[in-house]
Design a protein around this ligand. Sequence first.
Ligand code: AN0
Ligand code: CP
Length: 317
Amino acid sequence: MRTFTNVQDLGDLKEAVRDALEIKKDRFSLKHLGENKTVMLVFFNSSLRTRLSSQKAAMNLGMNTIILDINQSAWKLETERGVVMDGDKSEHLLEAIPVIGCYCDIIGLRSFARFENKGDDYSEIILNQFIVNSGRPVFSMESAIVHPLQAFADLITIEEFKPKPRPKVVMTWAPHPLVLPQAVPNSFADFMNEADVDFVITHPEGYELDTQFVRDANIEYNQEKAFENADFIYAKNWSPFRDENYGRVINIDRSWTVNTRKMSLTNDAYFMHCLPVRRNMIVTDDVIEGPRSIVIQEAANREISCQVVLKRMLKSL
Ligand code: AN0
Ligand code: CP
Protein backbone atom coordinates (compact mmCIF):
# COMPACT_ATOMS: atom_id res chain seq x y z
CA MET A 1 0.00 0.00 0.00
CA ARG A 2 1.54 3.34 -1.09
CA THR A 3 -1.26 5.73 -0.12
CA PHE A 4 -4.20 5.61 2.24
CA THR A 5 -6.83 8.22 1.53
CA ASN A 6 -10.00 6.28 0.72
CA VAL A 7 -11.82 2.98 1.08
CA GLN A 8 -10.51 1.67 -2.25
CA ASP A 9 -6.94 1.80 -0.96
CA LEU A 10 -7.81 -1.10 1.36
CA GLY A 11 -8.76 -3.40 -1.51
CA ASP A 12 -11.22 -6.09 -0.35
CA LEU A 13 -12.98 -4.36 2.56
CA LYS A 14 -14.21 -7.54 4.27
CA GLU A 15 -10.64 -8.86 4.18
CA ALA A 16 -9.38 -5.57 5.66
CA VAL A 17 -11.87 -5.84 8.55
CA ARG A 18 -10.83 -9.48 9.14
CA ASP A 19 -7.21 -8.32 9.14
CA ALA A 20 -8.09 -5.68 11.75
CA LEU A 21 -9.90 -8.13 14.02
CA GLU A 22 -6.95 -10.55 13.81
CA ILE A 23 -4.54 -7.76 14.77
CA LYS A 24 -6.81 -6.83 17.66
CA LYS A 25 -6.52 -10.39 19.05
CA ASP A 26 -2.72 -10.13 19.09
CA ARG A 27 -1.39 -6.69 18.26
CA PHE A 28 2.22 -7.66 18.91
CA SER A 29 2.44 -10.63 16.52
CA LEU A 30 4.36 -8.53 13.95
CA LYS A 31 6.58 -6.68 16.40
CA HIS A 32 9.67 -7.22 14.22
CA LEU A 33 8.12 -6.09 10.94
CA GLY A 34 8.92 -2.43 11.58
CA GLU A 35 12.41 -2.90 13.00
CA ASN A 36 14.67 0.01 11.95
CA LYS A 37 11.77 1.66 10.13
CA THR A 38 10.52 5.14 11.00
CA VAL A 39 7.14 6.73 10.58
CA MET A 40 6.98 10.53 10.57
CA LEU A 41 3.68 11.94 11.84
CA VAL A 42 3.29 15.47 10.50
CA PHE A 43 0.67 17.67 12.16
CA PHE A 44 -0.53 21.00 10.82
CA ASN A 45 -3.50 20.80 13.27
CA SER A 46 -4.26 19.64 16.81
CA SER A 47 -4.95 16.02 17.70
CA LEU A 48 -5.39 13.74 20.68
CA ARG A 49 -6.52 10.39 19.28
CA THR A 50 -4.72 10.39 15.95
CA ARG A 51 -1.42 11.36 17.51
CA LEU A 52 -1.55 8.73 20.26
CA SER A 53 -3.15 5.87 18.33
CA SER A 54 -0.79 6.20 15.36
CA GLN A 55 2.22 6.24 17.65
CA LYS A 56 0.91 3.21 19.54
CA ALA A 57 0.20 1.31 16.29
CA ALA A 58 3.76 2.01 15.16
CA MET A 59 5.16 0.81 18.52
CA ASN A 60 3.15 -2.42 18.21
CA LEU A 61 4.94 -3.06 14.90
CA GLY A 62 8.36 -2.27 16.37
CA MET A 63 8.72 1.00 14.46
CA ASN A 64 10.25 4.29 15.53
CA THR A 65 8.09 7.40 15.43
CA ILE A 66 8.99 11.03 14.90
CA ILE A 67 6.27 13.58 15.53
CA LEU A 68 6.51 16.95 13.83
CA ASP A 69 4.12 19.70 14.93
CA ILE A 70 4.73 22.01 12.02
CA ASN A 71 3.11 25.10 13.48
CA GLN A 72 4.79 24.83 16.86
CA SER A 73 8.31 23.70 16.11
CA ALA A 74 9.22 24.15 12.44
CA TRP A 75 9.79 27.14 10.18
CA LYS A 76 6.65 28.85 8.98
CA LEU A 77 5.90 27.26 5.62
CA GLU A 78 4.79 28.80 2.36
CA THR A 79 2.49 26.45 0.44
CA GLU A 80 1.76 28.49 -2.71
CA ARG A 81 4.17 28.12 -5.66
CA GLY A 82 5.38 31.33 -7.33
CA VAL A 83 5.03 33.53 -4.26
CA VAL A 84 7.81 36.09 -3.56
CA MET A 85 8.71 34.98 -0.05
CA ASP A 86 9.29 38.39 1.50
CA GLY A 87 6.82 37.87 4.36
CA ASP A 88 6.93 35.85 7.58
CA LYS A 89 7.35 32.43 5.95
CA SER A 90 10.93 31.16 5.97
CA GLU A 91 10.66 27.89 4.08
CA HIS A 92 8.65 26.45 1.21
CA LEU A 93 6.71 23.21 1.47
CA LEU A 94 8.37 22.10 -1.77
CA GLU A 95 11.74 21.85 0.03
CA ALA A 96 10.34 20.80 3.40
CA ILE A 97 8.53 17.73 2.03
CA PRO A 98 11.51 15.96 0.39
CA VAL A 99 13.63 16.85 3.44
CA ILE A 100 11.05 15.21 5.72
CA GLY A 101 11.12 12.20 3.38
CA CYS A 102 14.89 11.82 3.93
CA TYR A 103 14.44 10.95 7.60
CA CYS A 104 11.66 8.37 7.49
CA ASP A 105 10.14 5.45 5.61
CA ILE A 106 6.42 6.28 5.90
CA ILE A 107 4.60 9.60 6.41
CA GLY A 108 1.28 10.35 8.12
CA LEU A 109 -0.19 13.79 7.47
CA ARG A 110 -2.78 15.88 9.30
CA SER A 111 -3.67 18.98 7.32
CA PHE A 112 -7.27 20.18 7.69
CA ALA A 113 -9.32 22.08 5.14
CA ARG A 114 -8.27 25.72 5.29
CA PHE A 115 -11.55 27.13 3.94
CA GLU A 116 -9.66 29.80 1.97
CA ASN A 117 -10.39 28.26 -1.40
CA LYS A 118 -12.79 25.36 -1.90
CA GLY A 119 -10.94 24.22 -5.04
CA ASP A 120 -7.67 23.93 -3.09
CA ASP A 121 -9.34 22.00 -0.28
CA TYR A 122 -11.19 19.65 -2.62
CA SER A 123 -8.06 18.95 -4.68
CA GLU A 124 -6.13 18.05 -1.49
CA ILE A 125 -3.18 20.19 -2.57
CA ILE A 126 -1.09 19.69 0.60
CA LEU A 127 -1.68 15.93 0.84
CA ASN A 128 -0.95 15.48 -2.86
CA GLN A 129 2.27 17.45 -2.60
CA PHE A 130 3.38 15.02 0.11
CA ILE A 131 2.37 12.04 -2.04
CA VAL A 132 4.18 13.37 -5.12
CA ASN A 133 7.30 14.93 -3.55
CA SER A 134 8.18 12.90 -0.44
CA GLY A 135 9.14 9.64 -2.15
CA ARG A 136 7.44 7.80 0.72
CA PRO A 137 4.12 6.04 1.28
CA VAL A 138 1.70 8.61 2.73
CA PHE A 139 -1.45 8.14 4.79
CA SER A 140 -4.01 10.79 5.66
CA MET A 141 -4.47 11.45 9.38
CA GLU A 142 -7.33 13.80 8.37
CA SER A 143 -6.45 15.92 5.42
CA ALA A 144 -8.61 18.56 3.73
CA ILE A 145 -11.54 16.36 2.74
CA VAL A 146 -10.96 12.85 4.12
CA HIS A 147 -10.29 11.06 7.41
CA PRO A 148 -10.01 7.41 6.36
CA LEU A 149 -8.32 6.10 9.55
CA GLN A 150 -11.37 7.31 11.47
CA ALA A 151 -13.87 5.78 9.03
CA PHE A 152 -12.02 2.47 9.00
CA ALA A 153 -12.03 2.40 12.83
CA ASP A 154 -15.76 3.23 12.73
CA LEU A 155 -16.41 0.30 10.40
CA ILE A 156 -14.42 -2.07 12.64
CA THR A 157 -16.52 -0.85 15.61
CA ILE A 158 -19.79 -1.38 13.73
CA GLU A 159 -18.65 -4.91 12.81
CA GLU A 160 -17.98 -5.65 16.48
CA PHE A 161 -21.30 -4.30 17.79
CA LYS A 162 -23.80 -4.91 14.99
CA PRO A 163 -26.93 -6.73 16.23
CA LYS A 164 -27.83 -8.09 12.80
CA PRO A 165 -25.98 -8.91 9.56
CA ARG A 166 -27.11 -5.71 7.79
CA PRO A 167 -27.60 -2.99 10.41
CA LYS A 168 -29.18 0.40 9.78
CA VAL A 169 -26.52 3.10 10.24
CA VAL A 170 -27.65 6.73 10.44
CA MET A 171 -25.18 9.58 10.17
CA THR A 172 -26.76 12.70 11.62
CA TRP A 173 -25.59 16.29 11.39
CA ALA A 174 -25.60 18.07 14.78
CA PRO A 175 -24.90 21.70 15.71
CA HIS A 176 -21.49 23.20 16.52
CA PRO A 177 -20.42 26.84 16.94
CA LEU A 178 -17.36 26.70 14.64
CA VAL A 179 -16.68 25.92 10.98
CA LEU A 180 -15.75 22.22 10.87
CA PRO A 181 -14.46 20.27 7.88
CA GLN A 182 -16.44 17.69 5.89
CA ALA A 183 -13.58 15.17 6.13
CA VAL A 184 -15.12 12.92 8.78
CA PRO A 185 -18.60 12.64 7.19
CA ASN A 186 -17.06 12.31 3.70
CA SER A 187 -14.93 9.34 4.70
CA PHE A 188 -17.67 7.78 6.82
CA ALA A 189 -19.98 7.89 3.79
CA ASP A 190 -17.18 6.56 1.57
CA PHE A 191 -16.78 3.51 3.84
CA MET A 192 -20.46 2.93 4.62
CA ASN A 193 -21.30 2.90 0.92
CA GLU A 194 -18.94 -0.06 0.51
CA ALA A 195 -20.00 -1.87 3.69
CA ASP A 196 -22.93 -4.24 4.16
CA VAL A 197 -25.16 -1.69 5.94
CA ASP A 198 -28.38 0.21 5.29
CA PHE A 199 -26.92 3.73 5.27
CA VAL A 200 -28.96 6.91 5.84
CA ILE A 201 -27.71 10.50 6.16
CA THR A 202 -29.82 13.15 7.88
CA HIS A 203 -29.07 16.87 7.96
CA PRO A 204 -30.81 20.24 7.61
CA GLU A 205 -31.30 21.82 4.18
CA GLY A 206 -28.06 23.39 2.98
CA TYR A 207 -25.79 20.72 4.52
CA GLU A 208 -25.68 18.41 1.49
CA LEU A 209 -22.26 16.76 1.15
CA ASP A 210 -20.24 16.19 -2.00
CA THR A 211 -21.93 13.55 -4.18
CA GLN A 212 -18.58 11.82 -4.84
CA PHE A 213 -18.82 10.60 -1.20
CA VAL A 214 -22.59 10.43 -0.71
CA ARG A 215 -23.06 8.39 -3.90
CA ASP A 216 -26.35 6.48 -3.56
CA ALA A 217 -26.83 6.86 0.22
CA ASN A 218 -30.37 7.69 1.35
CA ILE A 219 -30.85 11.31 2.44
CA GLU A 220 -33.63 12.04 4.94
CA TYR A 221 -34.16 15.67 5.98
CA ASN A 222 -36.42 14.68 8.89
CA GLN A 223 -34.03 13.62 11.66
CA GLU A 224 -36.64 11.81 13.76
CA LYS A 225 -37.84 9.81 10.77
CA ALA A 226 -34.24 8.88 9.97
CA PHE A 227 -33.71 7.62 13.53
CA GLU A 228 -36.58 5.08 13.31
CA ASN A 229 -35.19 1.52 13.56
CA ALA A 230 -31.59 2.69 13.50
CA ASP A 231 -29.00 0.30 14.98
CA PHE A 232 -26.24 2.93 15.05
CA ILE A 233 -26.46 6.72 15.36
CA TYR A 234 -23.27 8.38 14.12
CA ALA A 235 -23.35 12.07 15.04
CA LYS A 236 -21.09 14.71 13.51
CA ASN A 237 -21.12 18.38 12.71
CA TRP A 238 -19.86 19.62 9.37
CA SER A 239 -20.00 22.98 7.64
CA PRO A 240 -21.78 23.51 4.31
CA PHE A 241 -20.17 22.10 1.16
CA ARG A 242 -22.22 24.28 -1.20
CA ASP A 243 -20.23 27.09 -2.84
CA GLU A 244 -22.33 29.96 -1.50
CA ASN A 245 -21.86 28.95 2.15
CA TYR A 246 -18.48 27.19 2.02
CA GLY A 247 -16.49 28.05 5.17
CA ARG A 248 -19.47 29.53 7.03
CA VAL A 249 -21.69 28.45 9.91
CA ILE A 250 -25.29 28.86 8.76
CA ASN A 251 -27.12 26.82 11.39
CA ILE A 252 -26.58 26.11 15.10
CA ASP A 253 -30.10 24.79 15.65
CA ARG A 254 -30.00 22.76 18.87
CA SER A 255 -33.18 20.94 17.95
CA TRP A 256 -30.70 18.70 16.02
CA THR A 257 -28.76 17.77 19.21
CA VAL A 258 -28.91 14.00 19.85
CA ASN A 259 -30.82 13.35 23.09
CA THR A 260 -32.49 10.50 24.96
CA ARG A 261 -35.92 11.13 23.44
CA LYS A 262 -34.53 10.84 19.91
CA MET A 263 -32.49 7.76 20.81
CA SER A 264 -35.73 6.14 22.05
CA LEU A 265 -37.02 6.24 18.45
CA THR A 266 -34.24 3.87 17.36
CA ASN A 267 -33.77 0.12 17.63
CA ASP A 268 -31.89 0.68 20.91
CA ALA A 269 -29.10 2.11 18.76
CA TYR A 270 -25.50 2.49 19.75
CA PHE A 271 -24.26 6.08 19.83
CA MET A 272 -21.05 6.88 17.95
CA HIS A 273 -18.93 10.01 17.50
CA CYS A 274 -15.32 10.33 16.34
CA LEU A 275 -14.46 12.75 19.20
CA PRO A 276 -13.62 15.42 20.21
CA VAL A 277 -17.27 16.17 20.92
CA ARG A 278 -18.97 19.25 22.34
CA ARG A 279 -21.48 18.02 24.92
CA ASN A 280 -24.99 19.45 24.80
CA MET A 281 -24.34 20.82 21.31
CA ILE A 282 -23.79 17.54 19.44
CA VAL A 283 -25.10 15.15 22.11
CA THR A 284 -26.51 15.39 25.62
CA ASP A 285 -24.54 14.22 28.66
CA ASP A 286 -26.92 11.34 29.36
CA VAL A 287 -26.63 9.86 25.86
CA ILE A 288 -22.84 10.04 25.65
CA GLU A 289 -22.51 8.66 29.18
CA GLY A 290 -25.24 6.06 28.66
CA PRO A 291 -24.86 2.29 28.22
CA ARG A 292 -25.29 2.42 24.43
CA SER A 293 -22.52 4.96 23.89
CA ILE A 294 -19.50 3.29 22.22
CA VAL A 295 -17.37 6.38 21.63
CA ILE A 296 -14.47 5.07 23.71
CA GLN A 297 -14.46 1.67 21.97
CA GLU A 298 -14.51 3.59 18.69
CA ALA A 299 -11.48 5.64 19.73
CA ALA A 300 -9.69 2.46 20.85
CA ASN A 301 -10.12 1.04 17.35
CA ARG A 302 -8.09 3.93 15.92
CA GLU A 303 -5.00 2.03 17.04
CA ILE A 304 -6.18 -1.00 15.08
CA SER A 305 -7.12 0.81 11.87
CA CYS A 306 -3.75 2.53 11.84
CA GLN A 307 -1.93 -0.73 12.50
CA VAL A 308 -3.54 -2.36 9.44
CA VAL A 309 -2.40 0.58 7.30
CA LEU A 310 1.15 0.67 8.70
CA LYS A 311 1.48 -3.09 8.33
CA ARG A 312 0.48 -2.92 4.68
CA MET A 313 2.75 0.03 4.00
CA LEU A 314 5.71 -1.69 5.68
CA LYS A 315 5.12 -4.74 3.49
CA SER A 316 5.24 -2.55 0.38
CA LEU A 317 8.59 -0.90 1.21
C1 AN0 B 1 -12.24 18.08 13.59
C2 AN0 B 1 -13.21 17.87 12.43
O1 AN0 B 1 -14.41 18.04 12.63
O2 AN0 B 1 -12.78 17.54 11.32
C3 AN0 B 1 -11.50 16.79 13.90
C4 AN0 B 1 -12.35 15.58 14.12
C5 AN0 B 1 -11.59 14.33 14.21
N1 AN0 B 1 -12.97 18.50 14.76
C6 AN0 B 1 -12.77 19.66 15.34
O3 AN0 B 1 -12.02 20.47 14.86
C7 AN0 B 1 -13.53 19.94 16.58
N1 CP C 1 -11.03 11.50 16.02
C1 CP C 1 -9.85 12.13 15.87
O1 CP C 1 -9.22 12.10 14.81
O2 CP C 1 -9.42 12.77 16.99
P1 CP C 1 -8.16 13.75 17.11
O3 CP C 1 -8.50 14.99 16.30
O4 CP C 1 -8.02 14.03 18.56
O5 CP C 1 -6.96 13.08 16.53
